[in-house]
Structure formats: structure tokens, C-alpha cells
Design a protein around this ligand. Structure first.
Ligand code: XMP
Length: 509
């Protein structure tokens, strides 16, 4: 059986990061909410090790997440992190206290004493702390193996039972030797060998789906985004023309994007692709609509309708593929742990299309892993590294009513900005142009003009939940502004958006 680690989620903000850090070391990690699996199920599943995540609670709070102490007796190595460390102390009979003057936040010096967990790291180094409660007394069978100036027990272990606990967060990069600590836990304590490789995932998936889907008709909504593109090529390699991909061109894509998607999948991969040119339909539905959420709703509903019509033409569909990825599946253990988010761009499809089964070939993978699979499948860089693009497309980047003329102006301005940013060697995680509804006075030759205003937006972010506006070089902004006002008719002013998120969102609508 393949080796794997269980990340038992107690609601910590870094739960997904922990799983990613484990997988980066080629050990497969699964996140399960603490109330979603019993010790018996854990034993049966054959995990090599368990990690208790952090969490926002205090172990003495009656509402805080607890766990059956039988887990400590399974003989499976456990690493408790932050709240997980305190919980382990509490479960094993130690004492956890809360004291304001013992709380630590941020980079903290810590001092270690001999333990397998510290193999290859110096006696003193920096870790990332974020806690108020602390382990005031380690349980009887445990030994304190690290402390800080404020915290008497920054780490502890019971070597005989292979139980380890660290008050700090080894998974964040601010912890100087965090990676080494996790390596020690995975390889020296749990005995993993690091056999989880993306090549294997690709080969195994192709083989599995080839067998499982033999003779079946499989349908996929291809958006040209990373997830649906990777899912499409993966399944195409498995079942060839039995996979039908429907690509709805709603007319709200960026310059040349629809042709690029069609060309890539038809010419390079020889996919069984149906392109639906539904630009008119969408524009008609959107006529006169200015309210952002209404635009989103109309586009979502119309998308489903178009897709449904195409699916009906195809006759009986056995399997519907969705591009769901791991972060869509995993919700925090602190909330309703069993909630599963539907993939936001194709969320409504299962309700309207008759099929026997849903298949989510990427549901185990994080975004960076999906990109790696895409690269291995030979998908062009432009697609694999494509920046996020909202499902409703340019509709949420045109303030006010959407018309074909405005879409064409925005497409040109947006293409110029992206080209200049990339040519100028600048980098941002998302960058685009917005067509505002502001008109302003300008001059051109001897004439007074009254043209439209384009706003440029570029953000730097890890997760798009928060974002900084990107400090782009003035030369890039200058060239973009000058080209847009010269080359795009009707644009007489260009402004740069210098708002971070929060308070602003990334998109303008
Ligand atoms: P905001 O504007 O909410 O954007 O700060 C965060 C990220 O989400 C993208 N976004 C969307 N994606 N449908 C999508 O598929 C949408 O309706 C939508 N709205 C925003 C946005 O581009 C950014 O990456």
C-alpha cells in the first residue's frame, strides 16, 4: 500500500499548508476533519504518521475540538503542532495553562535538547510562534526537548510511543529549519521513504481511467482554465475520443483566448472538442444589466443552459468530469467539516444533465500539483501558468452595461497592458485592465476629446484572499498608458489602481 500521512484538522489556518509541505517531500498527505474519522478507521487506513494541526481554541474550552485519547495508543507516530501540541499534552495527562505574559507571536528564538526531531538543526534557531496557551507541564512519560525565553515547553516527546509535539509552526517558512523538522518526522520517525511522485500519479490515473471508463461516454466542460485543461488532457490520454469536451465561448474572454484554447486542444492534443459560439446569446441576456451580481447570475445560468443543450445533442452521457481540486474539497475542521464546495464555475451542471457518475480526477491535488501534472502532460506554459481569470470573464471588468464595442476596447487595452508588463520583465500574480464608466476631457492635436478611462490593476498575493497592489516599474506603466491611448480608439485616460485587498477586492465588480 502507498505510504500516507494523516493531517488531522483542528481548525488551524495552516492545515492545507501542512499537507502541502508533507507532499513536497514526496509523501502523500490527506487532511481529515478531527470529527470525521475514528481511531479505528485511522488504524485500518494504514497511515504511516499523523499530524495534529493548530486551531484557534483553548483545550479547556468545552466547545474546543477534542479527540479520543485512544489515538495515542495506536502505535502510529504523531506530531502535534500548536493547538495540536497542547491537545496532545492534555490528552496524555499534562497541564496546559493560559497566561498573557507567556503568549508569543512571530519569530522567536528557541533552544533544543537532544532529539531525533532536531536531527541536522542547530541547538538554537528561529521558529514561528502564535499562541497564548502553553504547555505548563509535560505529561509524565514525556520529555521537554525545547524551550524559548518565555515558554518552558516549546516542544516535547515520548520517544517510546513516537509522540512528538511542537508549540511553534514548522510548516511556515519563517521557521528557519521547519522543513528539516518535518523531514525528520516523516523519514526518521514515521519511516516514510518518499514514494509519492507526480509522474506516478499521471501514469496511475491514465491506467485507472483507461480500465474504469472503457466504452463509456464522458463529458467535460472545458473553460481553458488550468484545472479543466489538465483534467481534459489527462482523460484524453486515457480514453481518447470517448471524452467529449464542450467549450462555451461566451464572448467575455480576453483577446484571442477562445481561438488559442480551440487551437491548443484541437491541433496539439486532437481532443474531441465542441466549441459553442454563444457570444450573441450572452450579450442579449446581458443587455442593459449593470449590477455586478446580476451579471454573474445571468452568465452562470446561461452557461448551464448552453451546456445542457449541447449535452442533449450528444445523447446518453455516462460520466461527467469536474475540475474540482483539493482546496475545493477540504473545508476547515472548525466549520462544518463535511461541507464540500461545488466547483464554482460549473457548480450547477450536475442538476441539469443526465449522467450516471461524476468523476473528479484532480480532487487529491493542490494547485501547484495540478500545474505539475499539466506540465508533464505537455500542456503549453501559457495555459499551465495562466493567471486566474473569473468565470464571468470581462463582464466584471466593464463597469456598467456590457456591449460588444466596450468588450473590444477592453480586450485591446488589456492585451497591451499584459504584453508590456511581461515584456518589461515585471511580475504580478494577476494583472488586467478594467473599462471604467468614467469619461473625461482630453486633447488630441488641436481638438478637445471626451473619451473613456481605462484602469490598470496588478496584484501580488499568495492566495487571493488578501493582496497587495504591485509596485510596477514606472516604465511599464508609462509604455502601457502611452500605447493604450494611442492604439485604442476612444480611450483618453489611463489610471493605475493602488488599492490593496482589503479594503478593495481584486476585481472591480
Ligand atoms: P476578488 O475580486 O473577490 O477576487 O478579490 C479574488 C479572486 O477571485 C477571482 N474572481 C472570480 N472567479 N468567478 C470566478 O471564477 C467570479 O465570479 C469571480 N470573482 C472574482 C478574481 O479574479 C481573483 O483571482
Amino acid at each position: 500500500m502507498e505510504e500516507k500521512i494523516l493531517v488531522l484538522d483542528f481548525g488551524g489556518q495552516y492545515n492545507q499548508l501542512i499537507a502541502r509541505r508533507v507532499r513536497e517531500q514526496h509523501v502523500y498527505a490527506e487532511i481529515k476533519p478531527y470529527n470525521g474519522i475514528t481511531p479505528q478507521q485511522i488504524q485500518q487506513a494504514g497511515y504511516q504518521g499523523i499530524i495534529f494541526t493548530g486551531g484557534p481554541n483553548s483545550v479547556y474550552d468545552p466547545k474546543s475540538p477534542h479527540y479520543d485519547p485512544a489515538i495515542l495508543e495506536l502505535g502510529i507516530p504523531i506530531l502535534g503542532i500548536c493547538y495540536g501540541a497542547q491537545l496532545m499534552a492534555y490528552m496524555a495527562g499534562g497541564r496546559v495553562d493560559s497566561a498573557k505574559d507567556s503568549s508569543e507571536y512571530g519569530k522567536t528564538q528557541f533552544y533544543t535538547s537532544q532529539s531525533l526531531l532536531w536531527k541536522g538543526i542547530p541547538e538554537s534557531s528561529i521558529c514561528w510562534m502564535s499562541h497564548t496557551d502553553y504547555i505548563a507541564q509535560a505529561p509524565e512519560s514525556f520529555r521537554v526537548i525545547a524551550h524559548t525565553d518565555k515558554c518552558p515547553c516549546a516542544a516535547m516527546c515520548d520517544e517510546a510511543r513516537k509522540l512528538y509535539a511542537v508549540q511553534f509552526h514548522p510548516e511556515v517558512t519563517h521557521t528557519q529549519f521547519g522543513k528539516q523538522i518535518l523531514t525528520n518526522f516523516l523519514f526518521d520517525i514515521c519511516g516514510c521513504v518518499g514514494s509519492w511522485k507526480m509522474e506516478d500519479f499521471v501514469a496511475r490515473s491514465i491506467e485507472t481511467y483507461r480500465r474504469k471508463l472503457e466504452g463509456k461516454r464522458v463529458l467535460l466542460a472545458l473553460s481553458g482554465g488550468v484545472d479543466s485543461s489538465v483534467a481534459a488532457v489527462l482523460l484524453h490520454k486515457a480514453i481518447g475520443k470517448n471524452l467529449v469536451c464542450v467549450f462555451v465561448d461566451h464572448g467575455l474572454l480576453r483577446k484571442d483566448e477562445a481561438d488559442f484554447v480551440e487551437h491548443t486542444f484541437r491541433q496539439i492534443f486532437d481532443l474531441n472538442l465542441i466549441r459553442v459560439n454563444a457570444q450573441e446569446r450572452f450579450l442579449t441576456k446581458l443587455a442593459g444589466v449593470t449590477e455586478p451580481e446580476k451579471k454573474r447570475k445571468i452568465i452562470g445560468e446561461e452557461f448551464i443552459r448552453v451546456f445542457e443543450q449541447e449535452a442533449k445533442k450528444l445523447g446518453k452521457i455516462d460520466v461527467l468530469v469536474q475540475g474540482t481540486i483539493y482546496p475545493d474539497v477540504v473545508e476547515s475542521g472548525a466549520g462544518d467539516a463535511s461541507t464540500i464546495k461545488s466547483h464554482h464555475n460549473v457548480g450547477g451542471l450536475p442538476d441539469v444533465i443526465a449522467f450516471d457518475e461524476i468523476l473528479e480526477p484532480l480532487r487529491e491535488l493542490f494547485k501547484d500539483e495540478v500545474r505539475e501534472v499539466g506540465t508533464q502532460l505537455g500542456i503549453p506554459k501559457e495555459l499551465v501558468w495562466r493567471q486566474p481569470f473569473p468565470g464571468p470573464g470581462l463582464a466584471v471588468r466593464i463597469i456598467g452595461e456590457i456591449t460588444w464595442e466596450k468588450l473590444e476596447l477592453l480586450r485591446q487595452a488589456d492585451a497591451i497592458f499584459r504584453e508590456e508588463l511581461e515584456k518589461g520583465g515585471a511580475s504580478a500574480n494577476q494583472y488586467f485592465a478594467v473599462l471604467t464608466d468614467v469619461r473625461s476631457v482630453g486633447v488630441m492635436g488641436d481638438d478637445r476629446t471626451y473619451g473613456r478611462t481605462i484602469a490598470l490593476r496588478a496584484v501580488t498575493t499568495d492566495d487571493f484572499m488578501t493582496a497587495e497592489w504591485t509596485r510596477l516599474p514606472y516604465e511599464v506603466l508609462e509604455r502601457a498608458s502611452s500605447r493604450i491611448t494611442n492604439e485604442v480608439p476612444g480611450i483618453s485616460r489611463v489610471v493605475y489602481d493602488i488599492t490593496s485587498k482589503p479594503p478593495a477586492t481584486v476585481e472591480w465588480e
